[in-house]
Design a binder for this molecule. Structure first.
Ligand code: SAM
Ligand code: CA
Length: 237
């Protein structure tokens, strides 16, 4: 399996090694990546925000989680061109659904033709909005409480704790909430003065989020150094 046009947006990730990152992708991830996801990755590679896509190795892990828990009702915050969204749509059953929230419909529309071609658009309810008002509206209907199997959060880091509180009510006991970028390029373990100005604010939010979930008795957690750090939270009460 050779690296193709999608290679330009390959980054070293937390491994800090192109060789090791390539090794993982080349041996285990790309050979099993469904072709619609490959196509979406290649289309996204031409977009200036391509570094924002969920990394294919994290995608592989998420696909496994979705299948392990037999997720049917899911929610995603932060869609961009839809790599994680398409991955979710491909990993859940035909009659399952995803509420996908992002204020930027234009980037969603970049991936939409590929989602349509893959025959999974019917599973997706895309809501063009900031996420917090949508979550609050969902919570106004008591039927939504504890009704979701899975949530994926990959948006503004400053709101991670706000999303966490709301998603804990929406996701059922035994359900999963997965947060991306929880190691923020490794900066969480660096002194603040070593971090570039544009990364400081989100770094602070991520550190606050990590500290908070680490002592949160309502969940079990696993922080895996996949991609830019993926925190898997399992609601237990
Ligand atoms: N998961 C996506 C993927 O696999 O391609 C990448 C998401 S990208 C890192 C972050 C997205 O969050 C952007 O598309 C941005 O528009 C969206 N976003 C930013 N602020 C948001 C908010 N308050 N609510 C929902 N989405 C938001
Ligand atoms: Ca991300």
């Amino acid at each position: 399996m050779e690296f193709t046009t999608a290679e330009p947006f390959l980054h070293k990730g937390l491994l800090q090694s192109f060789e090791l990152t390539k090794y993982i992708l080349k041996t285990n991830v790309y050979p099993r990546e469904p072709s619609p996801l490959k196509e979406l990755r290649e289309v996204t590679a031409k977009h200036p925000g391509n570094f924002m896509s969920t990394t294919p190795d994290s995608g592989q892990l998420m696909g496994m989680l979705l299948k392990l828990i037999n997720a049917k009702k899911t929610i995603e915050i932060g869609v961009y061109t839809g790599y994680s969204l398409l991955l979710t749509a491909l990993s859940i059953p035909h009659d399952a659904m995803i509420i996908a929230i992002d204020p930027n419909k234009e980037t969603y529309e970049i991936g939409l033709p590929i989602i349509q071609k893959a025959g999974v658009e019917h599973k997706i309810n895309f809501i063009e909005s900031q996420a917090l008002p949508v979550l609050d509206k969902l919570l106004q209907n008591l039927n939504n409480e504890g009704s979701f199997d899975f949530a994926f959060v990959d948006a503004d880091k400053e709101n991670y704790l706000n999303y966490h509180e709301r998603l804990l009510k929406l996701v059922k006991v035994g359900g999963l909430i997965v947060f991306d970028n929880t190691l923020w390029g490794g900066t969480v373990a660096q002194p603040e003065e070593a971090v570039s100005e544009d990364r400081k604010e989100s770094r602070r939010s991520i550190i606050e989020f990590n500290n908070s979930v680490s002592i949160d008795q309502r969940i079990e957690i696993a922080l895996t150094p996949s991609g830019d750090g993926l925190t898997i939270c399992r609601r237990i009460r």
